[in-house]
Design a protein. Structure first.
Length: 185
């Protein structure tokens, strides 16, 4: 099941905020409603391990959050990356004014094209400094970092270590996020 646009028109943030809770994940991208089912085991495992790594490495001036928590870069977009890092000074600000320094998306069969294409452009346009996309099924981490207003891309597979410098130093190994250690899943 992919993302579904359940309305033929675009929505405002006020209309989006008034939607009833139906147990699905709702996001708004350029006024278009995106709805996805709850995440699967592989997704949750990877998000949990990545969250732990980020929290353990984060300095006092950074705050790590996990979905559902909205990032609202403009008046027509409300995204919920699986994990996100804000500067601590921005956490209490109005959602439209927060500076997101890292967005992490864990791919699921239902969100693959949206995370790889649509959200990539949305985060790039919002000047999110780093965007990590992890595929738990292939054990591949794609790292996008903003340089001169555009993302540059690096890929790490299996047991290759990504030594992040931004938003803070942390080491990420795709197989560890997918719990593929010594060939086991």
């Amino acid at each position: 099941m992919g993302f579904v646009n359940t309305t033929p028109r675009t929505l405002t943030l006020a209309q989006f905020d008034a939607l009833p809770d139906d147990g699905m994940r709702h996001e708004l991208l350029d006024g278009r409603l995106l709805v996805t089912p709850g995440p699967k085991e592989e997704h949750q495992r990877a998000a949990g391990v990545c969250n732990l790594r980020l929290v353990m490495a984060s300095p006092d001036d950074m705050e790590v959050f996990f979905a559902p928590f909205d990032f609202r870069p403009n008046d027509r977009t409300s995204l919920q990356p699986d994990l996100m890092v804000f500067r601590y000074e921005d956490v209490e600000r109005d959602q439209q004014r927060r500076t997101l320094v890292l967005a992490v998306e864990i791919l699921s069969p239902s969100n693959r094209s949206t995370d790889l294409i649509k959200k990539r452009h949305a985060y790039e346009k919002a000047c999110v400094a780093s965007y990590w996309i992890f595929d738990p099924y292939l054990s591949v981490l794609t790292v996008l970092e903003l340089a001169d207003g555009q993302y540059t891309e690096r890929t790490f597979k299996g047991d290759e270590m990504f030594a992040a410098e931004q938003p803070f130093p942390v080491r990420i190994v795709p197989d560890e996020l997918a719990r593929r250690v010594n060939g086991s899943a």
